[in-house]
Design a protein around this ligand. Structure first.
Ligand code: TYD
Ligand code: MG
Length: 464
C-alpha cells in the first residue's frame, strides 16, 4: 500500500507541485497553490491487482449507435445542445451567481418531466441542490408555476450519498441536475468543497455514474471572477458540453452559449427573456435587440451579425465627446476594447480622421457581447456618424471586417445576414466586395452598397 501523501495544487489552473510556492509557474497567478491530499493512483501492481483486460477494436466503418436525443421542450435549449439532450451526456452550465442558472434548470426539468422518453415512460428528473433547501426550491417552483411537475427534489452535498441514492435499485432517472458542483464533496478527499481537487473528484464520481447508468447529467458551475468555471479547464475537458449562461445584470435577457459541444455545433446561442415567472424563450432575438432603437440619430448603426448558426441584428452605438484630460477615454461595452483601438488607429492613419482629443464610447445596445471581427465596419460607421453628427440611414445594415491598411474584407455567411435584414424590413446594406469566387445571391429588394475600403465610408459622412 502506498503511503498517503499530500501535494500542492494551483486552484486556478490545476497544476500540481511537490512543494508550496507563492506563485504558480504554469499560469503565473499568485497565492493560488493549496495543499491537497494526493489521490491514490497506484499501479495495479502496487495495489495487488491484475493486468488489464484486452479491449476490442472496431473499424471506422461500423454502424454507429443511434443517439437518442431528449427534446427539452425549449427550442432555444434544443438549439444550443445541438438538437436535444443525448443520453448519458454530461453538460456543464456555467455562469455568474444570480444570472439564472437554477431557474433555467428547474424550468427545464419541470418541462422534461411532462414528456415521455424513448421507452415511452415519463421522463424521470432528479434535481439535487447543494445551495438551497428543499423548501426554497419548492418556493421557486411555485413562483415559476411548475410546482405540479413530478420532479424528485433533494438537498444534499455528499457525493457518496447522491451516488448511492441514484445507484439504488428502482427506476434510474433520465435527467439529473446537480446545483452546483462547487458545493459537492467527496468524503475520502480531504480538501474543502469548491477547491479544484474536490470539484474534480466530485465531478468524476458523478460523471462515471451518469455514463454507467445512461442518464443526462447537468452540472451547474459558478464562474470565478476571472471568468472561468471553478479553476479553468478543470471541468471543461471532463464533460461533453459546456454551456455558459450570460447576460448583463441590468438587462432583462439572458444568453445561453455553447462553448464546447461533442454532440453539436459550438458558438450556438439561445436567447431567453427574464420575467417574473421565469425565463421565456425569444424566438426572434433581432427584433428584441432592435426594439428600442430610434431612427435618425447620429452614432447609431445596425450590425448584421451571426451567432452560431443564427443571424442576429443589433444596434452599435457610438458617442464622441470632447476630452477634458490629456489621455482621452475609450470605453467599450459588449465588444473588445483592443479592437476599438485598432479601428480608431486605422481611421487615424489611413483615412486621416482623428479622434485624438476626443473621448470615445462604444456600446452594443441591449447587452449582447459580440466577438466577431465582422462588426468592424459597423463600429467604424457608428464612429464616423457620431463624429460627423450625420445619422447613418436608419434602414441600413452594415457588416464586414477591416484590415490594417484600411481595406474592408468579406466575411462568412453574407447571404444569411442579408436575408435576416430583409426579414426585419431593412432596405439597404453596406458590405465589403465579395471575395474571388464567393457565391452570393443578394436579395433583390435590398439596395446593397459595396465598399472596398474605409475611405469610402469616411466620404459617406462628408468627413473628407
Ligand atoms: P437564480 O436562478 O437563483 O440564479 P443562479 O442559480 O444563477 O445563481 O436567479 C437569481 C434571481 O433572479 C432569483 O432571485 C430569481 C430571479 N429571476 C427571476 O425573477 N426571473 C427569471 O427569469 C430569472 C432567470 C431569475
Ligand atoms: Mg443557483
Amino acid at each position: 500500500m502506498a503511503k498517503s501523501s499530500s501535494r500542492f495544487v494551483c486552484q486556478n489552473c490545476g497544476s500540481v507541485y511537490l512543494r508550496w510556492a507563492g506563485k504558480c509557474d504554469a499560469c503565473g497567478e499568485w497565492n493560488t497553490i493549496v495543499e491537497e491530499e494526493a489521490p491514490s493512483l497506484e499501479s495495479p501492481k502496487a495495489t495487488g491487482g491484475k493486468g488489464g483486460r484486452h479491449i476490442t477494436f472496431s473499424p471506422l466503418s461500423g454502424a454507429p449507435e443511434t443517439m437518442f436525443r431528449l427534446k427539452t421542450g425549449s427550442a432555444e435549449l434544443d438549439r444550443v445542445t445541438g438538437g436535444g439532450l443525448v443520453q448519458g451526456s454530461v453538460l456543464l452550465v456555467g455562469g455568474d451567481p444570480g444570472i439564472g442558472k437554477s431557474t433555467l434548470l428547474l424550468q427545464t426539468v419541470a418541462h422534461l418531466s411532462q414528456i415521455v422518453n424513448h421507452k415511452g415512460k415519463p421522463v424521470r428528473c432528479v434535481y439535487i441542490s447543494g445551495e438551497e433547501s428543499v423548501g426554497q426550491v419548492q418556493l421557486r417552483a411555485q413562483r415559476l408555476g411548475v410546482e405540479g411537475s413530478s420532479v424528485d427534489l433533494a438537498s444534499a452535498t455528499s457525493v457518496r450519498d447522491i451516488v448511492a441514492s441514484l445507484d439504488a435499485a428502482g427506476e434510474t432517472p433520465d435527467v439529473v441536475v446537480i446545483d452546483s458542483i462547487q458545493t459537492m464533496f467527496v468524503d475520502t478527499f480531504d480538501s474543502a468543497p469548491g477547491s479544484v481537487g474536490q470539484v474534480r473528484a466530485a465531478a468524476n464520481e458523478l460523471i462515471r455514474l451518469a455514463k454507467r447508468k445512461g442518464f443526462v447529467l447537468f452540472l451547474v458551475g459558478h464562474v470565478t471572477k476571472e471568468g472561468a468555471i471553478a479553476g479553468p479547464r478543470v471541468l471543461e475537458h471532463m464533460v461533453d458540453t459546456v454551456l455558459y449562461f450570460e447576460g448583463d445584470r441590468g438587462h432583462y435577457f439572458r444568453i445561453l452559449r455553447a462553448v464546447k459541444n461533442r454532440f453539436g455545433a459550438t458558438d450556438e446561442i439561445g436567447v431567453f427573456e427574464m420575467t417574473d415567472r421565469g425565463l421565456a424563450e425569444v424566438p426572434n432575438p433581432s427584433s428584441l435587440f432592435l426594439a428600442e432603437r430610434r431612427g435618425n440619430v447620429s452614432g447609431s448603426c445596425v450590425y448584421a451579425g451571426i451567432e452560431g448558426s443564427r443571424p442576429i441584428l443589433v444596434e452599435v452605438q457610438a458617442l464622441i465627446a470632447p476630452s477634458a484630460v490629456g489621455t482621452p477615454r475609450r470605453a467599450v461595452v459588449g465588444w473588445e476594447a483592443a479592437r476599438l483601438s485598432m479601428i480608431l488607429a486605422v481611421l487615424e492613419s489611413r483615412c486621416g480622421v482623428s479622434f485624438l482629443d476626443k473621448d470615445v464610447y462604444l456600446n452594443i445596445a441591449g447587452g449582447l457581447r459580440i466577438t466577431e471581427p465582422a462588426a468592424d465596419l459597423a463600429v467604424a460607421t457608428a464612429l464616423l456618424s457620431a463624429l460627423s453628427t450625420i445619422p447613418a440611414p436608419a434602414d441600413m445594415v452594415v457588416f464586414g471586417e477591416i484590415g490594417l491598411s484600411g481595406e474592408t474584407r468579406a466575411v462568412a455567411q453574407t447571404d444569411l445576414r442579408l436575408k435576416e435584414a430583409v426579414k426585419l424590413g431593412f432596405a439597404k446594406a453596406l458590405i465589403p466586395p465579395k471575395r474571388g469566387k464567393q457565391k452570393q445571391t443578394l436579395p433583390s429588394t435590398l439596395k446593397v452598397t459595396e465598399v472596398g475600403n474605409l475611405q469610402g465610408v469616411v466620404s459617406m459622412f462628408e468627413l473628407r
